[in-house]
Design a protein around this ligand. Structure first.
Ligand code: SF4
Ligand code: SF4
Length: 313
């Protein structure tokens, strides 16, 4: 999967078109892109001679062949139109004084699934901008656990590139769905990067990261993750959340958290109707926004348009 387009095409089709969501995928393994430290916006540093740009091919907003990525990441395409590929969905609560996401990070370190974690350090709320930090143990992770998806708005995927340059392996990440779309594209691409050192992807289910490009976003749950964390849909005020477990690695981390009594399953077969209502509202609204624009500009949907047929009715 490689398209012959360059950083100039990325500028024209994504950045200047208002589709960019500051995810950092274009810059994770390429020095010719960078980010504005105050706004988080991506920009091209210099004109490179590359005609098949990693930046263009990594960007989740240039094109997004959802089924092809699912097939390569999971060995199958989605089992549920709304939620994606998954093995199990459970409702959990924390059994400790720490929150659910931290307990997943702790379990990931303890079970040996990760040795490092890319997390976010918010720098500004308006506009929401965060930059990645790489931690090497669960204790250091504690201060960087996101409380909301806006805490993650920024080029977090560059944290994977940074960890790679520091010769780190077995890297985990907590990110928004859009970040994992970019990382998923890099992982299944024909480019030789260090992204395969990522061993765990946790998605924070997201209705908005507060960026202009969010209004074209159709992934709520983080469909390319190993585990999606969704407080949305669980009983309000309960502190509980749904975990959408998509892979064996995700299952291993959740099993460890339950075995060590960091998390408790409160419902093995939760009612998903509230979550799906929320999720479909976002997809429907943003899909309509996309349909309202020039589809050539917004062609990142071109390749998964079948997925949205139901929303056209
Ligand atoms: S990869 Fe991410 S940060 Fe880079 S142009 Fe695309 S959406 Fe923007
Ligand atoms: S809504 Fe959330 S997942 Fe979608 S682009 Fe914005 S921050 Fe990313």
């Amino acid at each position: 999967m490689k398209i012959e387009k360059s950083s100039q095409d990325l500028e024209n089709e994504v950045i200047y078109a208002g589709l960019c969501i500051h995810c950092g995928s274009c810059n994770a393994f390429c020095p010719h892109m960078d980010f504005n430290s105050e706004t988080g916006e991506a920009f091209v540093v210099d004109e490179c001679a590359e005609t098949v740009g990693l930046c263009y091919n990594a960007c989740p907003r240039s094109f997004l062949p959802v089924s092809e990525i699912e097939e390569k990441l999971f060995g199958q395409t989605r089992v549920d139109l709304a939620v994606g590929v998954y093995k199990d969905i459970i409702q959990v609560k924390s059994k400790t004084k720490d929150d659910i996401l931290y307990n997943l990070v702790l379990a990931a370190f303890e079970s040996g699934v990760v040795k490092h974690f890319v997390l976010s350090e918010p720098k500004s709320k308006k506009p929401p901008v965060a930059f990645p930090v790489v931690v090497d143990n669960a204790k250091d992770a504690k201060q960087y656990i996101p409380k909301a998806t806006m805490d993650n708005a920024g080029p977090l995927i560059t944290g994977i590139g940074k960890a790679y340059l520091d010769k780190k392996r077995d890297i985990g990440i907590i990110a928004n769905p859009c970040h994992l779309q970019g990382l998923g594209k890099i992982l299944v691409s024909d480019f030789n990067t260090g992204a395969e050192r990522t061993s765990l992807k946790i998605a924070y289910a997201c209705s908005s990261g507060g960026m202009t490009g969010c209004k074209y976003c159709t992934d709520f749950s983080g469909e390319f993750s190993d585990i999606s964390y969704s407080p949305w849909g669980a009983p309000k005020g309960s502190g509980e959340a749904f975990l959408i477990i998509r892979t064996d690695i995700g299952q291993k981390v959740v099993d460890h958290a339950i075995k060590k009594k960091y998390l408790e399953i409160t419902n093995k077969q939760p009612d998903l109707s509230e979550m799906k209502k929320f999720l479909n509202n976002k997809r429907k609204k943003n899909f309509k926004t996309l349909m309202g624009r020039d589809l050539i500009t917004a062609k990142y949907l071109e390749l998964n348009i079948d997925e949205f047929k139901d929303l056209l009715e």
